[in-house]
Design a protein around this ligand. Structure first.
Ligand code: AMP
Ligand code: MG
Length: 504
């Protein structure tokens, strides 16, 4: 079975000095808790073989698949704004890269596989709950059409690990377009290793923006490409109400995938200030602050590219490079705004545009959100019920508001815009409603449902609630009566007291 992994490990091969070769720590009793069969198939792996005892040993780190070359990657990072020059894979290992059935190169990594030279004071371990959380949120994001790393498997280790309470241990097998982060570049900038930085940048370009390879302006163009991917990604987060919770630069992937599901959560009632992470006292990573933080992180990335764009001795070349990267950073809010509006238009049911619509539509979207905020309306259900209103069923939408009359004026403006859309060749009421439902999920991972499923897995070794929730999250756009309990908002008091945690 192990020979079925067709590893081709470019990172290990091409970037010596940027990682440490290392081995997973053996664990006492590997047991498979979760296997992502659809993802296994995408990777050309035999799911039936992976379900065997061999598979559990492999995903727990007790055995290595043939061709794996486990390494701990070096990276730094700005965490809550402060720079840590050495983070790195303190509890993760990149096993290698696989080419999937569509020809895409994907990293396969373990998380929770034991201490490494980057572990500092940590134990290198992970607990069942947080690893299953990565499964649930990652698969939900994937089903929502949002770029994300994905869980291939979770294996229980049979160990008890020490957290605020003793917890069952687990290892996650994670698949990513790559694990290259802003922090990877920051590490080699901080070390003053310009040669390694250049090799890293050229590697990143070859991997994610191969059309730029070898071109003279490639580092600036890489910055632009990363900015574009982040703008699109954060816009998608905002349009489903996702809060990453810990957007440190080591958690911003250059691929444009969402990575590291720690203290993340979805908003319930719309509130730009929403923050659930216990350690985010200042709200740095609050829901509404995410586009600003993405821009801040991009500025840190840009700083790492300057030594590659201009000779340190050449003052005027440096000035020119600074001007060029600054222009890209300054363009980010515009890129983000355009991506956000594209998503909002589909959610609002506008499919044609004429001159002047950008301002008008952005204002309609902003006024809608202000209305949801003022009335503490559930973000997810409001968009779904707006789709119903497109088919003239306004009552379910109004019922979400504390004052059912509140959306009246806004709805009139919205209907006028829908009518103009149809006059310009828009799809008509029925098709509009269908397309709006395809742009706004009915099911998101409701925080209380996620916690319920993880508690059952952790405290009672009962995976049934996790499996049921996962199955529901895989079809987020279908309104299925049996799944209605998963679509219900948490009681407001539960959301008000909800806290998520890092360092798990
Ligand atoms: P994260 O919050 O998961 O993004 O991790 C931030 C940094 O802390 C990374 O360098 C991790 O490798 C490291 N880290 C987190 N948890 C542990 C742990 N239990 N043992 C060792 N290192 C850890
Ligand atoms: Mg991280």
């Amino acid at each position: 079975m192990t020979s079925a992994f067709g590893f081709d490990n470019t990172y290990a091969r091409e970037l010596p000095g940027l990682y440490v070769a290392w081995k997973p720590a053996p664990v006492p009793a590997p047991r498979l808790l979760f296997l992502n069969e659809a993802l296994a198939a995408e990777l050309g792996l035999d799911a039936a073989a992976l379900r065997s005892a061999d598979g559990a040993a492999l995903f727990a780190g007790n055995a290595l698949p043939a061709g794996a070359e486990p390494i701990a990657q070096a990276y730094a990072g700005h965490q809550f704004g402060g720079f840590s020059p050495q983070l790195g894979d303190g509890r993760a290992l990149l096993l290698g890269e696989l080419i999937d059935v569509r020809g895409r190169r994907r990293d396969l990594a373990l998380k929770g596989s034991g201490r490494t030279p980057f572990s500092r004071g940590g134990d290198g371990k992970a607990a069942v709950g947080p690893m299953l959380r990565e499964v649930l949120i990652g698969e939900a994001m994937h089903a929502l059409g949002i770029p994300t790393t994905r869980a291939l498997a979770v294996a229980a280790t049979g160990e008890t690990i020490a957290r605020s309470a003793p917890l069952p241990g687990a290892v996650l097998a994670r698949v990513a377009a790559s694990h290259l982060r802003v922090g990877t570049f920051e590490y080699f900038l901080a070390q003053g290793e310009t040669d390694k930085l250049r090799r890293l940048a050229d590697y990143t370009i070859a991997r994610h923006d191969p059309a730029l390879a070898g071109t003279p302006g490639r580092y600036l163009a890489l910055l632009r490409a990363v900015a574009q991917r982040q703008a699109a990604l954060i816009a998608q987060w905002m349009n489903v109400g996702f809060i990453h919770g810990v957007m440190n630069t080591d958690n911003m992937a250059l691929s444009g995938e969402t990575i590291d599901y720690g203290p993340c959560a979805f908003i319930e009632a719309y509130d730009p200030a929403a923050v659930f992470s216990s350690i985010d006292q200042g709200g740095r990573y609050a829901y509404g602050n995410q586009p600003h933080i993405a821009r801040w992180n991009l500025a840190r990335f840009a700083e790492t590219l300057l030594p590659l764009m201009a000779d340190a001795e050449d003052e005027s070349a440096i000035q020119r490079a600074v001007g060029q990267v600054t222009a890209v950073i300054d363009a980010f809010p515009g890129l983000f705004g355009a991506a956000l509006l594209r998503g909002q238009r589909a959610k609002l049911g506008f499919f044609t545009t004429t001159a002047g619509d950008d301002e008008g539509d952005a204002a309609l979207a902003a006024d809608w959100l202000a209305l949801l905020h003022a009335q503490a309306v559930d973000f997810t259900l409001a968009w779904r019920r707006l789709a119903d209103a497109a088919e003239d069923q306004e009552a379910p939408l109004r019922a979400l508001f504390a004052d059912p009359a509140a959306p009246g004026t806004w709805l009139t403006r919205w209907r006028e815009r829908c009518a103009r859309d149809d006059a310009a060749g828009g799809p008509g009421a029925r098709e509009r409603a269908a397309r709006m439902r395809a742009a706004s999920p009915w099911l998101i991972p409701r925080n209380h449902r996620v916690e319920e499923a993880l508690a059952a897995a952790t405290n009672d070794a009962d995976l049934a609630p996790f499996e049921r929730l996962l199955a529901a999250l895989r079809r987020p756009f279908d309104e299925v009566p049996e799944l209605a309990p998963y679509a219900e908002p948490a009681p407001a008091a539960v959301t008000a007291g909800y806290q998520t945690f890092c360092g798990t």
